[in-house]
Ligand binder design. Structure first.
Ligand code: PLP
Length: 356
């Protein structure tokens, strides 16, 4: 049976990328050696890192005064690396769910956290809009796409202080204005690669703003100065990331992937709204194009387990909502084909007919 992969992360990657990765495990770029058993300090692997960086720069239109590095530890490591480097006295956080809660907890080890705004009052179903950003903050921290609650910032925010954004689950899903951010980072295991590598895009002036003495691995300058090779980098995920970036460019870059992502999201949200058995959970203006969350409509709650089994029989994988939200979540990342969304919509329609 054909499987439709809606996993929230690690998640679907393009077939051509998986094929290239499988081949490289046997023969890495014609070297006759496996990618898994070469030194990272070889011209061949250095060129993988260089190409990944230059494709990232080209696709996201990253200005010249920004550096990119790749490092292990996952996005969760950045939750404490960011305040360790940049929180001298006080930082502002906009609280939009589990991932900002974790980031706030880590930041408090290093200084004061000002809760600039929060959507906790409505179980994180929206993105806060009315708030003032004090000029005395070291930085303002946001999570650009809330993977669990299915909410997303639809525009780049203006701020008098440096903006630091976790873009783990919407990086490269649409064009953004990088110049509005001081740091953009994320785990690569949604739109780019298997788990194991984190990308960090950092504006040059931030490299001079490190507020304390830090162990080498924690200091952002170490990774910039050593071209992501201070220690052994996550070789395999970086390779896969390069292949995904090549794929993205060949598909038409961010303008085209954004068009497809909007098409997929519009199709699924339209069905959630039309189908009397389901309802969406996120505020319409803030709902994510990547993680589409829905539940059974009022009075139909008891059909949830039946729908889950029904969808599974039709090849839907990974649509169970996060345990904190319940219901369903279809993650429609860049590599999720439109056919997968069509299949899910058809499945929802068939289920509705059975219960009409
Ligand atoms: C938005 C966001 N931030 C951070 C994380 C944590 O990432 P990691 O598991 O790489 O530490 C996740 C994981 O799903 C996420 O979705």
């Amino acid at each position: 049976m054909k499987k439709y992969n809606f996993n929230a992360g690690p998640s679907v990657l393009p077939d051509v990328v998986l094929q290239a990765a499988a081949k490289a495990i046997i023969d890495f770029d014609g070297t006759g050696l496996s990618l898994l058993s070469i030194s990272h300090r070889t011209p061949e692997f250095e060129s993988v890192v260089a190409e990944a960086k230059s494709l990232f720069r080209e696709l996201l239109n990253i200005p010249d005064n920004y550096q990119i590095f790749f490092v292990g530890g996952g996005a969760s490591t950045q939750f404490f690396h960011i305040p360790a480097n940049f929180l001298g006295k006080k930082a502002g956080y906009i609280h939009t769910g589990v991932w900002t809660k974790k980031a706030i907890k880590e930041a408090k080890y290093y200084g004061e956290v000002e809760l600039v705004a929060s959507s906790e009052d409505k179980n994180f179903t929206y993105i806060p809009k009315d708030y003032t950003i004090s000029e005395d903050l070291d930085y303002l921290y946001i999570c650009a796409n809330n993977t669990i609650y299915g909410t997303e910032y639809k525009s780049d925010i203006d701020s008098p202080v440096p903006v630091i954004a976790d873009m783990s689950s919407n990086i490269l899903s649409r064009p953004i204005d990088v110049s509005k951010y001081a740091v953009i980072y994320g785990g690569a295991q949604k739109n780019l690669a298997p788990a194991g590598v984190t990308f960090v895009i950092i504006r040059d002036d931030m490299l001079q703003k490190v507020v304390r003495q830090l162990p080498s691995m924690m200091n952002v300058n170490t990774h910039v100065d050593n071209n992501s090779m201070f220690n052994t980098p996550p070789v395999f995920p970086i390779y896969v990331m390069r292949e995904t970036l090549k794929w993205l460019k060949a598909e038409g870059g961010l303008a085209e992937i954004h068009r497809r992502n909007e098409q997929k999201a519009a199709m699924l949200y339209a069905e959630i709204e039309r189908n009397s058995l389901f309802r969406g959970t996120a505020a319409v203006e803030d709902r994510s194009s990547m993680n589409i969350c829905f539940v059974m409509s009022e009075g139909n709650e008891e059909l949830a387990a039946e729908f889950m089994a029904f969808a599974k029989e039709r090849g839907m994988v990974g649509i169970k909502g996060h345990r904190l939200v319940g219901g369903f979540r279809a993650s429609c990342y860049n590599a999720c084909p439109v056919e997968a969304v069509e299949a899910l919509v058809a499945c929802m329609q068939e289920f509705e007919k059975m219960h009409a």
